[in-house]
Design a protein. Sequence first.
Length: 65
Amino acid sequence: MKNIQILVLFIIGSVVTALGVLFKSMEYAVASFFLIVGMTFNGVALVSLVLKLLKKKDSDTFLDS
């Protein structure tokens, strides 16, 4: 997985989680769904990032790839 894909996953997860928090404060029924989906996206992105960092031998050029 490329760095841009991981960044996109983080952004999507953050936006969906923020919507979930907003909907939770307004007591909408779909708020829990948005929170679960957003945090799942963030979790997948975090696991992908950690795996990529562990596989990468030269940590100085991580952001270049």
